[in-house]
Design a protein around this ligand. Structure first.
Ligand code: HEC
Ligand code: HEC
Length: 209
């Protein structure tokens, strides 16, 4: 499985995002704090995940993904549609890089455990499938553009696995990386299996940058 996956990923490329301007990013972040919190710590009541535990590179790419309608399109969740409306205001890729750089400059936060599952079953699925791209400790793999998962809100991981499985994420014709992840999410065949793998991921100690 691993060799097969790595073969598939030989074409993955490093993205073209340079580093943004933190001071300009702070100004652009003002609008985001209403939902994601002043410290980027997230706000469960609004389904807005913590952002500070993600890589700048991934934050930037997801903003563009929302802006360009790969996420938050027809049939997607209210949360994703909301986020798309905000991302639509970030027309300039430079502003996207700036806001991502500012978020990256904030300290990481520890997220609450809200999902319970069978850790042993979760681990075996994780090690067999997910680790090939997301890393053995869910630390992410920039070269494969697979994001860090350790330290990400567990309820958010659940909602994204569901979105990939339902095809509200990862089905836009230009969304190559989303499609890759969607095919992997298909391997998670029940909500219970999703809870297992997510609770295992949540049990991993994040390795902050
Ligand atoms: C109206 C509330 C709201 C505002 C304002 C908002 N967001 Fe969001 N954001 C959300 C919600 C809700 C989600 C989860 C979407 C989903 O479930 O698909 C989200 C998701 C995201 C994600 C995806 C994270 C991931 O791991 O996939 C990023 C990145 C993000 N927001 C960045 C921002 C930035 C930067 C701003 C300001 C320019 C911003 N958001 C403003 C509500 C908001
Ligand atoms: C073939 C490589 C690959 C494998 C294997 C893989 N993923 Fe992914 N995953 C990705 C990529 C690439 C993305 C980013 C997609 C994007 O940019 O929208 C991703 C995104 C995600 C996200 C969204 C995170 C966020 O913050 O938005 C979750 C959750 C996730 N993967 C969970 C898993 C789980 C659980 C498994 C194992 C069942 C798994 N992945 C296996 C490549 C992979």
């Amino acid at each position: 499985m691993r060799h097969f996956l790595l073969g598939l990923l030989a074409f993955a490329s490093i993205s073209a995002f340079g580093s943004g301007d933190i001071a300009r990013g702070e100004a652009a972040y003002a609008v985001c704090s209403a939902c994601h919190g002043a410290e980027g710590q997230g706000q469960r009541a609004l389904n807005a995940p913590a952002l500070v535990n993600l890589d700048a590179e991934y934050v930037a790419r997801q903003l563009i993904s929302f802006r360009d309608g790969w996420r938050g399109g027809d049939g997607d969740s209210v949360s994703a549609i909301q986020m798309r409306a905000i991302a639509a205001t970030l027309r300039d890729d430079e502003v996207v890089a700036d806001v991502a750089a500012y978020i990256d400059s904030l300290p990481p936060t520890s997220t609450e455990i809200t999902v319970q599952g069978d850790l042993a079953l979760g681990q075996s699925q994780y090690d067999m499938i997910c680790g090939a791209c997301h890393g053995g400790r869910a630390e992410g793999n920039l070269a494969l553009q697979a994001p860090v998962l350790a330290g990400v809100d567990d309820w958010y991981l659940m909602s994204q696995i569901e979105a990939f499985r339902a095809g509200t994420r990862g089905t836009h014709p230009d969304d190559r990386l989303g499609a890759q992840m969607r095919s992997m999410a298909g391997i998670i065949t029940s909500d219970e299996a999703a809870r297992n793998v997510v609770s295992y991921i949540r049990s991993l100690e994040p390795q902050w940058k």
